[in-house]
Structure formats: structure tokens, C-alpha cells
Ligand binder design. Structure first.
Ligand code: TPP
Ligand code: DXP
Ligand code: MG
Length: 624
């Protein structure tokens, strides 16, 4: 069946039995493919029937299906002509792991961050109305993503606009980890009701009576169905917000889903269809431990084990262990995550101090203001968050934390290039968006020991807002544990030299040191400084560097615009100095997917690339 599918038109030629075979084949294909490339497995296993039913009943690209987060859109991609590209999934220049309109006109809206689908779908629906079109618009949002505030802003608005909009709530009772919070509880209470089945039974009985009752009764029946009165569940929050609620429906029952979607196509106004699915469906290990199979690297299908695993701890794991140590000594410390306890390594703290740990669900904005509230009462909140997800909470950082100079610690994980998630997840904006905020301190460690020192400093010494940024992956051990002691506002000289000085940000010190080694082979003697503090900058060191060196290079894992190098340039400009400064950083664009190593190499930010760029600049300045 899978071989027959080149577009959703081919799907429409199939009968239900054939589509059920197709579902089995899609699962097999998905498992084989993702076990080789890595990717978001469990969520996709859970939406096979749902996606087939949607693509059968609706017609992309005319009908717009907006996938929330988009990590569960692999089946959609397979059904819309991209099956043959799956061997390149999430790889450099390959198929994206998220919906991407530039990749296919069937991807109605790009995503990667959660809770945007209903807003985007409502916008698309209103555009349709204004343009006099009649197509369907469907948002597919998970129960985890339904914990994000933006989703409720959209529901609030959609209830008022009262246009045709279908929201499919894909409830698998899981975020990445177990889904938490009152909404999740509410969904659970809805899940256990058999209201939908009762409605269907009543409806069927009534329909069978039509020949007896006659046409007028039939039109009453149609109206009842249209207003969905029989299936509204008392107290369903969505109903109160102006949606017709339909559900819960078994999301693995293909004929049931098809019947439902064919019916709702005829209904009007905003609809919420609550679909129950199982995350990881069809692969034993993923069904048992969906959190371990949410996002996977290449793995052995037979054992479920990852093919290669670093024996060294990740930055996140170093963070998690250190926070336990800090938490034991300092009882004021509380931990906060926005649904990323596992990813950030914070689960160790959560286990040891459950009362001092808060998973606020996918709610970064709330997390920051919640932290501000805690800090205003003398607690020391540590919010561990991926750099790209913290973008959500910009105003909260400015207005609720920094303006009051509150002592909130931001542990910014996945800062810099993250790799295969691509554009949406690259953490390359945080220096720019944090360094312009008054009162903020920003630190960046060169290795795992420095991360530990910086965390202790941020929690126990700082008194205002402070961010520690560190990347994805295995923690660097560059330079060993015996670096210069961490001193407030002070950079670390790794090596003095002549003519050329390299100022490095965090883990880029390692790549810069490699460049130094390569340059030394060519007879040069570059100096190397690990800046440590990105805000405030170590002014004394910067003045020394400008005085003693002819050419300065800054190196960072961030976009060039607004980054650390820009800060260095501003500093010199403010001091009326004009040394030769070259910023080595990522260019002004959304950075594509690929491994971190591939991207550093592509943009000349690995040791060799840095060396090459320095030699080029030397050539310009000294004629080769
Ligand atoms: C703003 C934001 N915060 C965090 C994440 C990380 N994240 C990706 S998927 C996910 C869980 C989503 O759960 P759900 O919507 O229920 O989808 P499921 O994986 O269960 O299908 C999280 C927390 C994100 N993508 N965006
Ligand atoms: C879709 C999403 O946002 C997360 O699943 C993300 O891909 C996790 O990234 P890490 O693998 O870096 O934890
Ligand atoms: Mg879920």
C-alpha cells in the first residue's frame, strides 16, 4: 500500500481495509527509518491512524492542516510525497523534522515550538473567509502543547470569531515526560467518559426511526447533530470558550475517525475534537517508556538501545548533579522547568526535592514570572530552559525579573547550535536578547568544572538576575578542572601571545585553542582569553588586549549580530578605541539542521575554520 502513495490523492483511492494495511506499513517504515536516522519516534507512532484519517477526509494543500510543534508530522510527510526522502531526515541539507512550507505546499505552517497551531489556524481561517474561500482549516495539537498559554489566547479569540475551524486535540496523556497540571487532569476526566459513544448510539437509533417519523424529524436530527448538543459534555472547558466539544474518540480506530471527520466537515463554527491516542503505539519499548522514545538517536530496533552513547556526562547532566549539591546546602533554592525536566537534567533535583521543584508544563512565560514571584519573597529560583524556548518569555524577563533586579537564575541549556532540530531550535539569539537588559549578568563556561563553579556563583553569590549559558551535548573537559578561580567579572587568560588575541565565549574556547595550536604550527603566537563573563565584560582585560595586541578575534556559538563580539566592539567604541576586531560567529540567517560538528565546520567555527579565518585576515592586513 505504501508504495502506491505519492500524494493524498492516492490515499483517496483506497478503501478502509487497504488503509488499515497502510497504517501497519507506515508504522514499520517509520520504525525502520527513524531507527537509522534518529528523530521524534513515539509521537509519530501515536498519530498514524489519525493522520491517515485526516489526509483521507481532507485535501491538503487546499485544506490546511496545522501541526502543533510539528514533531509528529512525519506520517503527514510520508503521505504528501516525501517518503523517499526519509533517509535524510534531520540531516544536513535533508528532510526537516518539522513542517516546513518551503519543503512542501502541504505544510500549511512552520513550527518547532509548541502551542502555536490554534492561533495560526485561526489566522488562516480568517484569511480564507476574507478571501471568500471555502477550504477547511484544522489545527492538530497535543495535550502537552495544550498546556501553553498561547493556545488559550487563541481559543478565546476563536470563540469570538466563530468561524469554521477544527481543532483536533491529540491526547496521549504525555508531554515529553508525563503531562502535568489542571488542564491535563481535566482532559483525563473527559477521557474516561463514553459520551461520544452514547451520542452515536442515540443518533443511530434516531436515524433508523426517520422512515417512520418522516422528513421534518430528519431535519431536526440534522440540526441536533450540527449543534452537537448531544455530545457536549457538561463542564468541558472548551465548551465554555465557544467551541463545540466532540469526544473522546479512539484515535486508533480508523473507520471511526473517518466517519467522524466526514461528519464534522458539514458542521459550522469552532469545533474541538478530542482524540485519545497512545504515544509509542506499535513498538513495545516506546509504549512502555514513551519518554525515552520521544526524541531518539539511531537505535537498534531489536533491543531498543541507542547505537552509540557517550560515556561522558552531558552539560545537562553536569547541571543536574551540581544543582542537587547546591540544593542540599541552600534550602532557598527551588527548581523550575517548563516540561523539560528530563532534557535539562533537572529530574535529579526533582527526585531529591519534590517540594522545591515545579514543572509548570509548557509555559515558559509563566515560569519566568512565577520565578520572579518566588524571588520577590527571598527564594532563589533556578529556571532551567532551552535557549530557544526562553525566547517566549522575553517580556517577563525584562518586566518581571530584571526591572525589579530579582535574583532569578536562568540555566540556559542548548545555547548555541543544537544540531538536527534545525532552524526552530538553534539557541543562537540568547546573548543578543539578554545582554541589552539592565541588571542582567551573563556567564558562559568553557568546561564542565567551570559550569559547576558558575552555577554555585549564580545561586550563592549573585543577588540579581543571572544567566548561565551552555550548549547541547557532551560536556567539554577542555583545560581540566584546574582553571583560574572564578572571580567576579573577570576573564581567564588561557595563554598570552604576540600580535593576535582570541577572545572566546564558553565552550568555543576549546575550538579556539585548537586554532591556536594550528597557528603555532605556522610560527604564530596567538593569545587566548576565555571571557567567562559576557555581561558585564571584563573591561580591564579588554583594555589590556587592545593595548598589547594588533589583531583581536572574537569567537562565539551565537549569531554575530548582537552577540558577544558585538558587545566587545561596543565596548571599544565607547572607550574611543578602534582596534582591529573580527567577530567570528554565525551569519545573519536562520541556521539549518545538521550535526553540531557539521555546522561549526560549514560556518568556519571549528578549530580549522577559525585558524583559516585568522590567516585570511592576516593576509589582508599584512599581504599574506
Ligand atoms: C515552547 C516550547 N517549549 C518546549 C518544547 C519542547 N517540547 C517539544 S514536544 C513537547 C511535548 C509536547 O507534548 P504534546 O503536545 O502532547 O505532543 P506529544 O509529543 O505527546 O505528541 C515539548 C515539551 C517546545 N517544542 N516548545
Ligand atoms: C520537538 C522538541 O522541541 C523537542 O522534542 C526537542 O527536539 C528536544 O530536543 P533535545 O533532543 O535537544 O532534548
Ligand atoms: Mg501528548
Amino acid at each position: 500500500m505504501l508504495e502506491r502513495i505519492h500524494s493524498t490523492e492516492d490515499l483517496k483511492k483506497m478503501d478502509v481495509e487497504q488503509m488499515e494495511v497502510l497504517c501497519r506499513e507506515l508504522r514499520k517504515f517509520l520504525l525502520r527509518s527513524v531507527s537509522k536516522t534518529g528523530g521524534h519516534l513515539a509521537s509519530n507512532l501515536g498519530v498514524v491512524e489519525l493522520t491517515v484519517a485526516l489526509e483521507y477526509c481532507f485535501s491538503p494543500p487546499e485544506d490546511k492542516i496545522v501541526w502543533d510543534v510539528g514533531h509528529q508530522a512525519y506520517i503527514h510527510k510520508m503521505l504528501t510525497g516525501r517518503k523517499d526522502q526519509f533517509s535524510t531526515l534531520r540531516q544536513l541539507d535533508g528532510l526537516s523534522g518539522f513542517p516546513k512550507p518551503e519543503e512542501s505546499e502541504c505544510d500549511a505552517f512552520a513550527a518547532g515550538h509548541s502551542s502555536t497551531s490554534i492561533s495560526a489556524a485561526l489566522g488562516i481561517a480568517k484569511a480564507r473567509d476574507l478571501q471568500g474561500k471555502k477550504n477547511h482549516v484544522i489545527a492538530v495539537i497535543g495535550d502537552g502543547s495544550m498546556t501553553g498559554g498561547l493556545a488559550y489566547e487563541a481559543l478565546n479569540n476563536a470563540g469570538r470569531e466563530n468561524t469554521n475551524l477544527i481543532v483536533v486535540l491529540n491526547d496521549n496523556q504525555m508531554s515529553i515526560d508525563t503531562n502535568v497540571g489542571a488542564i491535563s487532569k481535566h482532559l483525563n476526566s473527559l477521557r474516561t467518559s463514553n459520551r461520544y459513544q452514547t451520542f452515536k448510539d442515540n443518533f443511530k437509533q434516531f436515524r433508523d426511526m426517520v422512515p417512520v417519523l418522516g422528513k421534518p424529524a430528519y431535519s431536526v436530527l440534522e440540526k441536533v447533530r450540527d449543534s452537537a448538543k448531544l455530545i457536549l459534555l457538561e463542564g468541558a472547558v472548551f465548551e465554555g470558550m465557544g467551541f463545540k466539544y466532540i469526544g473522546p474518540v479512539d484515535g486508533h480506530d480508523l473507520p471511526e475517525l473517518i466517519e467522524l471527520f466526514q461528519n464534522v466537515k458539514k458542521m459550522h463554527g469552532p469545533l474541538m475534537i478530542h482524540v485519545k491516542t497512545e504515544k509509542g503505539r506499535g513498538y513495545r519499548y516506546a509504549e512502555e517508556r514513551p519518554w525515552d522514545y520521544h526524541g531518539v538517536s539511531a537505535f537498534d530496533l531489536r533491543t531498543g538501545e541507542a547505537i552509540s552513547k557517550s560515556s561522558k556526562p552531558s552539560w545537562s547532566s553536569v547541571f543536574g548533579s551540581k544543582m542537587v549539591e547546591i540544593g542540599r546546602k541552600n534550602k532557598k533554592v527551588v527548581g523550575i522547568t517548563a516540561a523539560m525536566a528530563g532534557g535539562t537534567g533537572f529530574e535529579k533535583f526533582q527526585k531529591e526535592f519534590p517540594k522545591r521543584f515545579f514543572d509548570v508544563a509548557i509555559a515558559e512565560q509563566h515560569a519566568v514570572t512565577f520565578a520572579a514571584g518566588l524571588a520577590s519573597q527571598g527564594m532563589v529560583p533556578v529556571f532551567a530552559v532551552y535557549s530557544s524556548f526562553l525566547q517566549r518569555a522575553y517580556d517577563q524577563i525584562i518586566h518581571d525579573v530584571c526591572m525589579e533586579n530579582l535574583h532569578v537564575v536562568f540555566a540556559i541549556d542548548r545555547a548555541g547550535i543544537v544540531g538536527n532540530d534545525g532552524e526552530t531550535h538553534q539557541g543562537v539569539f540568547d546573548i543578543a536578547y539578554l545582554r541589552d537588559i539592565p541588571n542582567m549578568t551573563i556567564l558562559s563556561p568553557k568546561n564542565k568544572w567551570e559550569l559547576e563553579k558558575m552555577l554555585a556563583y549564580a545561586v550563592n553569590v549573585c543577588t540579581g538576575p543571572v544567566a548561565v549559558r551552555y550548549p547541547r551535548g557532551t560536556a567539554s573537559e577542555f583545560g581540566g578542572s584546574l582553571g583560574a578561580p572564578l572571580e567576579e567579572g573577570k576573564a581567564e587568560w588561557i595563554k598570552k601571545g604576540r600580535k593576535i588575541a582570541i577572545l572566546a565565549e564558553g565552550h568555543m574556547t576549546d575550538a579556539a585553542a585548537e586554532a591556536v595550536r594550528l597557528l603555532e604550527e605556522k610560527g604564530l603566537e596567538p593569545a587566548l582569553v576565555n571571557l567567562r563573563f559576557l555581561r558585564p565584560l571584563d573591561e580591564e582585560t579588554l583594555l589590556d588586549v587592545a593595548r598589547d595586541y594588533e589583531m583581536i578575534f572574537t569567537v562565539e556559538d551565537h549569531l554575530r549580530k548582537g552577540g558577544m563580539g558585538s558587545a566587545v566592539l561596543e565596548f571599544y567604541s565607547d572607550h574611543g578605541l578602534c582596534p582591529s576586531v573580527t567577530n567570528l560567529a554565525f551569519p545573519d540567517k536562520y541556521l539549518e539542521q545538521g550535526t553540531q560538528a557539521q555546522l561549526f565546520a560549514r560556518y568556519g567555527l571549528d578549530g580549522e575554520g577559525i585558524c583559516r579565518k585568522i590567516l585570511e585576515k592576516l593576509g589582508e592586513n599584512y599581504g599574506g
